[in-house]
Design a protein around this ligand. Structure first.
Ligand code: NAD
Length: 246
């Protein structure tokens, strides 16, 4: 029997990452669930999947910290013997007028949303190069494509992730490693907790498909990009956004 493929999902205790982890596990992947702070949430999620007989492991790491990331990759290889797919999902958001963004806000945004992508990708790619195969999937945002007022720092790093994806796809293509990006639209998760009901209604009404996105809309894109069906796709941005950005 063919050995199962292994995926690492960062920031996977809740929201989009959690749905991605669950969908991959249900589809036969070994899944390393990374989380940072929410120990109880992460452990409950892990136990739920494990009791269903799914192949999962749990690892606490701040993915903005290189040492912790390297240890996480070593742990994953010890558990599952391989890493086939990395999903750089972990991230934070912050809504603030540009003139009010402090140096700490800026650094925090870059650290959690962009340095994390660099560290996880470089650490995993060292292993993937030796295997001459692998898939990296980065989670950006529509705001990285078109920019959002009051989220300049968030938009900037998410745009950076798109540039990172395209450049790395060119460098790693000849080594049979694919690098793609998902730029979700407005997806119903904790990240929207500061939006009012009226805001959400307005956003939904301004979406051609007349609804906000679900975590499943994003997870299905990730499952496709990781699959053999996407073997000729690299350096691309796929944007599940209901037509909000066309
Ligand atoms: P969320 O806040 O529910 O989940 C993000 C997770 O990332 C959290 O569990 C958090 O603890 C984790 N995380 C943050 N920094 C980390 C670090 N340094 N190390 C490890 N984990 C860390 O948000 P979400 O909506 O599920 O967002 C997931 C991804 O999707 C993010 O990259 C976000 O920018 C992106 N995104 C979300 C939306 C949306 O509308 N929800 C839209 C576009 C893109």
């Amino acid at each position: 029997m063919a050995k199962s493929k292994t995926v690492i999902v960062t920031g996977a205790s809740r929201g989009i990452g959690r749905k991605i982890a669950e969908l991959f596990a249900v589809n036969g992947y070994n899944v390393l669930i990374n989380y940072h702070r929410s120990e109880n949430e992460a452990r409950n999620f892990y136990e739920t999947l494990r009791t269903k007989g799914l192949s999962v492991a749990l690892y606490q790491a701040d993915v903005a910290d290189r040492k912790q990331v390297d240890n996480m990759i070593r742990f994953c290889l010890a558990q599952f013997d391989t890493v086939d797919v990395l999903i750089n999902n972990a991230g934070i958001s912050q809504s603030k007028m540009f003139i009010d963004i402090t140096e700490d806000d800026w650094e925090n945004m870059v650290k959690n949303n962009f340095n994390s992508v660099f560290h996880c990708t470089q650490s995993v790619v060292r292993y993937m190069i030796s295997k001459k195969q692998g898939k990296i999937i980065n989670i950006s945002s529509i705001w990285g494509m078109v920019g959002a007022a009051c989220e300049v720092h968030y938009s900037a790093v998410k745009a950076g992730i798109i540039g990172f994806t395209k450049a790395l796809a060119k460098e790693l293509g000849p080594l049979h490693i694919q690098v793609n990006c998902i730029a979700p639209g407005i997806i119903q998760t904790d990240m929207l907790k500061d939006f009012t009901t009226e805001d959400l209604e307005m956003l939904s009404n301004n979406t051609p498909l007349m609804r906000l996105g679900t975590v499943d809309d994003v997870a299905q894109c990730a499952l496709f990009l990781a699959s053999d069906k996407a073997d000729f796709i690299t350096g691309q941005v796929i944007s599940p956004n209901g037509g909000f950005v066309i």
